[in-house]
Design a protein around this ligand. Structure first.
Ligand code: C2E
Ligand code: MG
Ligand code: MG
Length: 554
């Protein structure tokens, strides 16, 4: 070296001037020596990369640019500039890691897992006849942890779960995090479905012990979808999709916590996917309809209110009942826009009817609210806005909720109920008798109405056993100042019993099925016949308990 600048000396850790007179090759790490020597021999000017050696003996990557220039007396010299690549390398490594690893758990991410699955399925391994398995795992109630203990607690839980999963697998297996609370596990050479199930069981055991996070004991459980694939015969994307389908199945059942993929699951899943994408467009394409079913005052046979019941006029499947799409809407969150649309449509319609057919008290409208709608922080504001927009008096709106809504998250749930009540709305407990039916909490809920589920009403016809139950519910409700509506009245006989039990209102096919708005309007008009047939004959009889009663013959 003839001349060396300050930066060069500093980079290699020498004092200024110390390098002059030494060989350039002193700065090359032994690993790179043969390569650099051959380049110099060929007169290559670069740029090239090599490993350098500093004064302290540290090896580091550099980029070299060289140029040959005439020096003196016909001698040539080389001018080289050298760039330290350490920072760039570290950055590249970080980027590579980020692209392939999840930064919360440090586990491989989806990209890396798919790559490993592809490798495991590669034809190089055909003939080894050892299937692989993928387990997709979804944590239960992770959202609750995240929301109640905070996101850093959520992260800590994910980290802990990732570590436990790794602890119960073999070194050749891969645990990956797929984002959210979903993990994927690639089992190499698992032997078949039985082997995969054994591992899944081990995972369940491993997750069973509580995780301690920030002073809280958190219990984790998971649902698993399992798929088995044969090298050379399956594609990674197909396998992952099948695992997803199996996981969906495992999440759908309350008892089953894991499911092994079977081809028959595919068509069900495909159908559901189609329906889901159709449902996403249903509002915009104006395919949803609201039907109205009368709620009849049993004392006067007058229509006191109507219940709004949504229908889906599907372009190819025809009219779809709510039970066939409300659960799907709940699961996908589509219930929020759908529910809002129903509420608005129903309130607007009710106000129109109140103007066209005035009565005292005015016609009420009942609208069903699902659990998910109820969990919205701005539900009360939404209801208030819709009432203002449609000009409907709050007291004309009755919101129907089911027991699960108030049992699940009791405190915020009850607070929302109170707020809706303060707004002036009426509240009804729907399908009473099918859920927890704890009579004790009735007094703590701000309810106006209990709707007795139609399974009790159906039993009223011939089976005396339902009678004391319905009677007790009505008595209790009245004692608490709550009205009772009977659902699903289909016969005059049932109606007779309910009148005897002083039930306040009734709803059912006996009066009318849920009807499109124009047809319902005909039941409201001044020329409308009184709804239902008036009670005429009363028949005396003796109950099983030996009491004398009479009822109306249909
Ligand atoms: P629900 O709120 O208990 O509504 C009463 C259901 O009973 C309606 O079924 C109605 O058609 C049916 N029904 C009425 N009278 C009789 C009868 O005499 N016999 C029999 N067998 N059935 C009768 P639909 O319309 O199929 O609705 C089913 C459920 O779907 C509703 O039960 C409600 O839980 C839900 N749903 C309907 N519309 C909406 C909505 O807009 N939002 C939400 N979240 N849920 C809705
Ligand atoms: Mg209802
Ligand atoms: Mg009901």
């Amino acid at each position: 070296m003839l001349e060396v600048n300050q930066a060069m000396s500093r980079l290699f850790g020498y004092a200024e001037g110390d390098l002059v007179g030494r060989s350039v090759l002193d700065l090359v790490a032994p690993e790179s020596l043969p390569f650099v020597q051959s380049l110099f021999a060929k007169g290559v000017e670069g740029p090239f990369e090599a490993l350098a050696l500093d004064a302290a003996g540290e090896v580091f990557p550099v980029e070299v640019h060289s140029r040959t220039i005439p020096y003196s007396d016909g001698l040539d010299a080389g001018v080289s500039s050298i760039r330290d690549l350490r920072e760039r390398r570290a950055m590249e490594e970080r980027l590579a890691r980020q692209a392939l690893y999840d930064n919360v758990t440090g586990l491989p991410n989806r990209v890396l897992l798919v790559d490993r699955v592809r490798h495991a399925l590669s034809s190089a391994r055909v003939g080894e006849d050892s299937p692989i398995a993928i387990i997709l795992l979804d944590l239960d109630r992770f959202k609750v942890v995240n929301e109640s203990l905070g996101h850093s607690a959520g992260d800590a839980l994910l980290l802990a779960v990732g570590q436990r999963l790794q602890a119960c697998l073999r070194p050749g297996d891969t645990v990956a995090r797929f984002g959210g609370d979903e993990f994927a596990i690639l089992l190499d050479e698992v032997g078949g479905p039985d082997g995969a199930n054994v591992v899944a069981e081990r995972i369940e055991g491993e997750l069973a012990a509580p995780v301690s996070i920030g002073g809280h004991e958190v219990f984790v459980s998971a649902r698993m979808g399992i798929v088995v694939g044969q090298p050379g015969r399956a594609e990674p994307d197909d396998l992952l999709r099948d695992a997803e389908i199996a996981l969906y199945r495992a999440k759908a059942g309350s008892m089953v916590r894991r499911a092994l993929f079977e081809p028959s699951m595919s068509s069900v899943a495909a159908e559901r996917l189609d329906l889901e994408s159709d449902l996403r467009r249903a509002i915009d394409r104006a395919e949803l309809r609201v039907f109205y079913q009368p709620l009849v005052d049993l004392a006067t046979d007058r229509i006191a209110g109507v219940e709004a019941l949504v229908r889906w006029q599907h372009p190819t499947r025809g009219l779809i009942a709510p039970m066939s799409f409300i659960p799907l809407a709940e699961e996908t969150g589509l219930i929020l826009p759908i529910g809002r649309w129903v509420l608005e449509t129903a309130c607007r319609q009710a106000h129109e009817w109140q103007l066209a057919f005035p009565s005292d008290p005015p016609l009420t409208i009942s609208v069903n609210l699902s659990a998910r709608q109820f969990a919205q922080a701005d539900l009360v504001a939404q209801v208030a806005a819709i009432l203002a927009e449609t000009d409907l008096p709050p007291s004309s709106l009755e919101l129907e909720i089911t027991e699960s809504v108030v049992m699940d998250e009791s405190e915020p749930g009850i607070r929302a109920l109170r707020a809706l009540r303060e707004l002036g709305c009426r509240l009804a407990l729907d399908d009473f008798g099918t859920g927890y039916s704890s009579l004790s909490y009735l007094k703590s809920l701000p309810l106006d109405t209990i709707k007795i589920d139609r399974s009790f009403v159906a039993g009223l016809a011939g089976d005396d056993a339902n009678l004391p139950i319905v009677q007790a519910v009505i008595g209790l409700a009245h004692g608490l100042g709550i009205d009772v509506t009977a659902e699903g009245i289909e016969t005059a006989d049932q109606l007779g019993w309910l009148r005897d039990l002083v039930c306040d209102r009734g709803q059912g096919y006996y009066y009318a099925r849920p009807l499109p708005a124009p047809e319902l309007a005909r039941l409201l008009g001044p020329d409308a016949r009184p709804i239902g047939r008036p009670a005429t004959t009363r028949v005396a009889f003796t109950t099983r308990a030996g009491r004398r009663r009479d009822r109306i013959a249909g």
